[in-house]
Design a protein around this ligand. Structure first.
Ligand code: PHE
Length: 444
């Protein structure tokens, strides 16, 4: 690690890269299916609570650990807490990155398949979108090919380095995705029968509440904000000393939440409006789970003039949003192997790529293994990681270092009350809440 560490070039680049990591399939694919499963508006409310109470404080903490150590996730703990066992938190994060990539890359493969189905005109001719999706899910060979292509694509960006690979691509793609979602949302809410979908999204209905509501919403918050595995530690290590940590965390969280809710506004009104059987729609939505996006959306596109252009554009942008997330996931694991075991960046990328492809193959063959990877990472590994990160910053890190990082060496003005609240949240509120939700969710 003797070479000078690169940093992101501009303020906007920092936000774009971190938001690029956060915004991905978690928002557009996982959020709608979790919301359907969690009963709509109630789930969204709890989710937003999680973002405010743990999400933002934890993101600030991860940025801080990264910038203060300028190292990979595990190396960060070596540097800030030498000779202690904290390094295991970093190692758990690296393992989590692997587990997430194992199923995430498979969904990324689906997005590529849909791009081609769209360009070739296949999607425009489909009448039963559920069976179109099931055909794909029951075809491991096809999934493996596209999952592998996506993994190799990610590896290519990792090899081309931090600045060119991550920052530049995120800066252009994120705003484009946002715009397209707005156009689609408008189309979706103006369909006949869309009002039911809007109600499901925004009007809390206690009859849908599940006992695992809090665990599910917390898991989704961690997953969507890329928290709990050190992804934001790694990106924080590329921040310069003027990057405002609190402001950046708030900007990234707001953007991430906006995209997720927008995705909901695209999908639910359309799902309700386009169903043949409104009576069973909630049940169908839940059962449709992972397929929701890939079933409802193409159907929505077919209701629009120029459907092929819309669907191609959408799935391209979805693939690109996913790419900025897979880049961040792969970067965590690659940087760890590169820095901790003195393996060259290239070889480290090759090792990680091979590992991810092997996991992805297993997930393509078995949907229960796919679900296991999803649940294990989002509901277990990320919250456990987040729990320890909050303890680390709240209790272990020197108070002076924490204040210096928050205020950029006193160049930013925060009231002492703000700083105390932040420490209080990390010391008591975040760990207790995460633990309580965890135990309650497991017992449920
Ligand atoms: N936040 C990403 C998404 O929403 C997924 C992710 C999780 C990325 C954890 C990095 C770390 O798609």
């Amino acid at each position: 690690m003797s070479e000078k560490r690169v940093t992101f070039a501009s303020k906007i680049g920092v936000v774009a890269a971190a938001a690029g990591s956060a915004v991905g399939l978690g928002n557009i694919w996982r959020f709608p299916s979790q919301t359907a499963d969690g009963g709509g508006a109630i789930f969204i409310l709890v989710y937003i609570g999680c973002i405010l109470f743990f999400g933002i404080p934890l993101m600030v903490s991860e940025f801080m650990v990264g910038r203060a150590s300028r190292a990979n996730t595990a190396g960060a703990y070596h540097k800030l807490a030498p000779g202690t066992q904290w390094k295991w938190v970093g190692r758990l994060g690296v393992l989590t990155g692997f587990v997430i990539m194992g199923f995430y890359m498979v969904v990324c493969g689906w997005t590529l398949i849909y791009i081609f189905q769209s360009i070739s005109g296949h999607l425009a001719g489909v009448t039963d979108f559920s069976s179109n999706f099931i055909d794909l899910q029951t075809n491991p060979a096809k999934q493996i090919v596209w999952m592998t292509i996506f993994t190799l694509l990610t590896a290519f960006f990792i090899l081309s380095g931090v600045k060119k690979g991550i920052e530049q691509s995120a800066k252009i793609l994120m705003p484009l995705l946002f715009l397209l979602l707005i156009v689609l949302a408008i189309r979706s809410i103006t369909l006949d029968g869309a009002a039911e979908g809007i109600r499901f999204l925004f009007k809390p209905d206690m009859s849908h509440v599940k006992s695992t509501l809090f665990l599910d919403a917390m898991g989704q918050a961690f997953f969507s904000l890329s928290l709990g595995m050190g992804c934001m530690i790694t990106y924080g290590s590329y921040f310069n000393k003027r990057t405002p940590l609190v402001k950046t965390a708030i900007q990234v969280s707001v953007l991430d939440t906006l995209v997720a809710v927008l995705a909901g506004v695209v999908i639910f009104p359309a799902a309700f409006a386009l169903t043949a059987n409104p009576g069973t729609i909630v049940g169908e939505l839940v059962a449709g789970g992972p397929g929701l996006l890939f079933i409802t959306l193409p159907e929505l596109f077919n209701q629009m003039p120029g459907s092929m252009i819309w669907s191609t554009l959408f799935f391209c942008l979805l693939a690109l949003a996913a790419l900025t997330s897979t880049i961040s996931l792969m970067e965590v694991v690659t940087l760890y192997i590169h820095e901790e075991y003195q393996v060259s960046r290239k070889n480290s990328t090759l090792i990680v790529t091979a590992g991810v492809i092997i996991l992805g193959i297993s997930a393509s063959f078995s949907s229960s293994f796919f679900n296991f990877l999803d649940v294990a990472s989002a509901k277990f590994m990320l919250p456990i990681g987040g729990f320890f990160i909050s303890l680390f910053v709240g209790w272990h890190l020197d108070r002076k270092l924490v204040y210096a990082q928050l205020t950029n060496e006193r160049t930013l003005k925060f009231g002492i009350g703000f700083l105390r609240t932040y420490i209080f949240l990390l010391r008591y509120v975040v760990p207790t809440a995460v633990l309580a939700i965890f135990i309650y969710g497991l017992a449920a």
